[in-house]
Write a protein of this length. Structure first.
Length: 299
């Protein structure tokens, strides 16, 4: 099936999950590898800002331990893949279809996106579905789908990234529209209110740091600290190894020094006036040796 029912999709309400079949796209969007193309930085910034907006409004990934964007093989992404091929077959620049679905108070959102390239054209497509329970039965209802056609071929990675960006926009629309229309506001007024809110929040700086940005900075600081600790640990390990070698070399030297110290003999006296009798006389009369020696020499 195009939307398998798993523990993630049956998570508590207000959960979202994006599904792509491009592994580099998932790794870059989730922060596992760096983005080397600066031209795509605005697109990925919009995607991350969209996820931060969902979190701020009470929506969370399928599980707290899983990535908000899930990579899967193409065989598990057949719906978005088929819509992408259909978009290239129709040569339709932009299309979007929305179904009228009566959503319950609690539901989850599941977004599939895909991009493709042929020799003559390229396309991106996406599909957003709601997952909820009715009478104990899990139902999956597509809400909106769309596609973008490109007359000139583009890279498959860019097509995949554009599809993910559009899927994020659709989920943001669903979340924002439902929150306001639940209060009895029509869709046009809801869109106008959201536009005014966006313009107001753009002009005024936020008093608090966004959750996703706070998490990213915290994660970066923790990684830097762990790297510094690893470097310090290696330095300590090398220092201890060097000291261990020094201690191993010191013990043989000490044994050799001890053997040499035992072989040292007392030096013989260099003068004949060092006998015990002379020392006793010198001790009683220090000037006696000089006088005796002077008389002997005839002075």
């Amino acid at each position: 099936p195009w939307a398998p029912v798993t523990k993630e999709t049956q998570a508590p309400r207000n959960r979202f999950q994006f599904v792509v079949d491009c592994q580099p796209l998932q790794q870059i969007a989730c922060g596992y590898i760096a983005l080397n193309n600066d031209d795509l930085r605005p697109l990925f910034t919009r995607v991350l800002d969209g996820m931060a907006s969902l979190v701020q409004q009470g929506w969370l990934p399928a599980t707290l331990r899983s990535d908000p964007i899930l990579w899967t093989r193409r065989k598990n992404n057949t719906a978005a893949d088929g819509l992408c091929n259909l978009t290239m077959d129709l040569y339709k620049e932009q299309w979007r279809e929305k179904r009228d679905v009566n959503l319950p108070a609690s539901f989850n959102l599941l977004a599939y996106s895909d991009g493709g390239t042929r020799q003559t054209c390229s396309a991106s497509a996406w599909l957003v579905a709601a997952i909820f329970e009715t009478a104990g039965i899990t139902q999956i209802e597509p809400i909106v789908s769309g596609g973008s056609f490109f007359q000139e071929p583009i890279s498959s990675f860019l097509a995949e990234a554009i599809a993910l960006d559009n899927a994020m926009v659709e989920i943001i629309r669903i979340v924002n529209g439902d929150m306001i229309m639940d209060q009895g506001v029509d869709s046009a007024t809801a869109a106008r209110i959201m536009n005014k809110c966006k313009s107001s929040t753009t002009r005024n700086p936020e008093d608090e740091m966004p959750v996703m940005r706070l998490f990213q900075e915290f994660e970066g600081a923790m990684k830097s600290s762990c790297t510094l600790l690893d470097i310090t640990g290696e330095e300590l390990k090398n220092w201890v190894s060097e000291r261990k070698i020094d201690m191993q070399n010191m013990e043989p030297r000490q044994r050799k020094l001890e053997i040499l110290s035992r072989e040292i003999e007392k030096a013989e006296p260099m003068f004949g006036n060092d006998g015990p009798e002379f020392n006793a006389q010198a001790g009683g009369n220090p000037a006696l040796p000089d006088a005796t020696q002077s008389q002997a020499l005839g002075y």
